[in-house]
Design a protein around this ligand. Structure first.
Ligand SMILES: *[C@@H]1O[C@H](CO)[C@@H](O)[C@H](O)[C@H]1NC(C)=O
Ligand SMILES: *[C@@H]1O[C@H](CO)[C@@H](O)[C@H](O)[C@H]1NC(C)=O
Length: 344
């Protein structure tokens, strides 16, 4: 009897985080970070498995056929995994993808969030929802420098100027209302800048122009810029972002002092001209053209702020980005980025 009691007392209460959209550029690395810190992870995937170095991890469970457009698949995921207490919803098309099919994006992003929250409501162990917001939420009336997550909440009727931004706003409202409805629940969101990484592939976003340019330089192909030369955008080296998302996941509510637990995760900012010149100083043959730049990426780049506020995440999450210098980041990108013909 005594022994049984002792065993019960020392058995740790395992925390299980569900990541929806776990196979993306952020999802794979957040999965790894949580696993590295002894957290059980359930990866909700449509069909693409995670990389082999993760799938062999004993604390990872992959669940396939999880589709934000399909309520049954979401409900079944929660029913068969009652240990889920925390949910990261990362499933979302990027900005340029959203502009090419806003209705599909709406069903994934906004209706998808509703489906996830409905399932969480009937599985009360699932108490924490986290959401990846974006610099695409800021419209032309937003501050150019030091944009904070709080600004979005203080200006709920500003026009983000895109379906992408409007969908993010609806998600913030959905998670806020869900958390407010029942005590013990918590909603959190991170405002994410352009993510710089060394994966072999990436989707159609706006800030991905920087990855396209590096790839063109390595492959000795002329780069046709999708954003204007003089436009500055907030970016982040992926490891710094993942550290921020990790801290936001684990922080007790009592340490989160920002409204609706929203935090901008700031890294560094640079213009396309600064990036191209840093590339050219390392690869002199790099050539580009940035004349008559138009299209959704150019419009978004002009609309979005130049930099994010780092103050709130530094104060509450003790987060300080390691990579804040463009030259260092360009070195990292050029050292590690695979060439097209080396992808596989
Ligand atoms: C799996 O998680 C448990 C508890 O969370 C931890 O003790 C164990 O070290 C983890 N296993 C690995 C291989 O990381
Ligand atoms: C929705 O998900 C369920 C459960 O995974 C699956 O059986 C069903 O075929 C899916 N429906 C569609 C339209 O994909």
């Amino acid at each position: 009897m005594r022994l049984l009691l002792l065993i019960l007392l020392i058995t740790p209460c395992f925390s299980t985080t569900l990541i929806i959209g776990a196979s993306g550029a952020i999802g794979t690395q957040l999965t790894k970070k949580l696993l590295d810190n002894d957290i059980q992870v359930i990866a909700g995937l449509r069909k693409t498995p995670l990389p082999a170095h993760l799938t062999s991890h004993p604390n990872l469970t992959q669940v396939f056929g999880v589709d934000c457009r399909n309520a049954t698949s979401i409900n079944e995921l929660f029913s068969s995994n009652p240990s889920i207490d925390t949910v990261w919803n990362l499933a979302a098309p990027l900005s340029v993808e959203t502009s090419s099919d806003p209705n599909l994006a709406y069903d994934v992003v906004v209706n998808g969030m509703s489906r996830i929250l409905s399932a969480m409501s009937v599985h009360p162990n699932a108490k924490i929802i986290l959401f990846s917001d974006s610099i695409g939420s800021y419209g032309s009336s937003s501050p150019r420098e030091g944009a904070s997550a709080r600004w979005l909440l203080d200006n709920p009727t500003q026009d983000p100027g895109s379906d992408y931004g409007r969908q993010k706003r609806e998600c913030r409202e959905l998670i806020r209302d869900w958390a407010a409805a029942v005590g013990e629940r918590s909603s959190r969101f991170a405002v994410i800048p352009g993510v710089l990484h060394t994966d072999a592939t990436w989707g159609a976003g706006t800030t991905e122009y920087a990855l396209d340019a590096v790839k063109a330089a390595k492959d000795n192909i002329k780069y046709i810029s999708s954003v204007p030369l003089n436009v500055k955008l907030p970016m982040i080296w992926r490891d710094d972002l993942i550290e921020g998302l990790f801290r936001l996941t684990l922080a007790p509510d009592s340490e989160l002092n920002e409204p609706e637990n929203g935090y901008a995760i700031a890294g560094l900012s640079f213009t396309a001209a600064q990036l191209f010149s840093a590339i050219k100083s390392r690869i002199p043959s790099f050539s580009y053209s940035a004349e008559n730049v138009r299209g959704p990426a150019a419009a978004f780049a002009r609309l979005w702020p130049d930099s994010l506020s780092s103050h709130e995440a530094e104060r509450d999450l003790k987060l300080k980005a390691t990579f804040r210098n463009l030259e260092d980041v360009v070195d990292l990108l050029l050292e590690n980025a695979p060439k097209i013909n080396e992808e596989l």
